[in-house]
Design a protein around this ligand. Structure first.
Ligand SMILES: [Zn+2]
Length: 141
């Protein structure tokens, strides 16, 4: 199988590889080889997947994922985009619901408990003491 036939999507939350997109429509060439109608090669690692990867699903069951951003360096109106893409500064934390209830206001608590993740400005994260427990999302294994 060559990589025209599939592409890995990127997890929106941790940036890790997530689902595999498979080519579904094929046609036969003159020498009886089946090739995909559309090569998936250009999509490899480019498709952002809002479906959490298994690792993030696990985190979301255990707690709430906080992803640190720099609001000032983000594009204006990022929060209104279909796939919000603020300027991330690399912090990735999983915290308990109890912590969320302690730190945030009602509207944010409700959002966090429903969606199981939230972007947080790095300054706010520092204020609640998260920077020292910074978790590198690429060091898992
Ligand atoms: Zn993930």
């Amino acid at each position: 199988m060559n990589d025209d036939h599939f592409a890995l999507t990127r997890c929106f939350f941790c940036g890790g590889s997530n689902n595999i997109l498979l080519a579904t429509r094929y046609h036969q060439t003159s020498n009886h080889i089946m090739v995909p109608d559309h090569s998936l090669k250009p999509y490899h690692d480019k498709v952002i997947d809002l479906e959490p990867c298994p690792k993030c699903q696990d985190y979301m069951e255990q707690g709430i994922i906080l992803i640190t951003i720099n609001d000032e360096r983000s594009d204006e109106g990022w929060e209104k985009q279909h796939i919000p893409n603020p300027f991330r500064v690399g912090g990735f934390f999983v915290v308990t619901e109890a912590a969320i209830r302690r730190w945030f206001n009602d509207g944010m608590i409700e959002w966090c408990l429903k969606h199981r993740w939230i972007f947080i400005d790095y300054k706010a994260a520092e204020q609640i003491g998260l920077t020292h427990e910074r978790k590198d999302t690429h060091e898992d294994k």
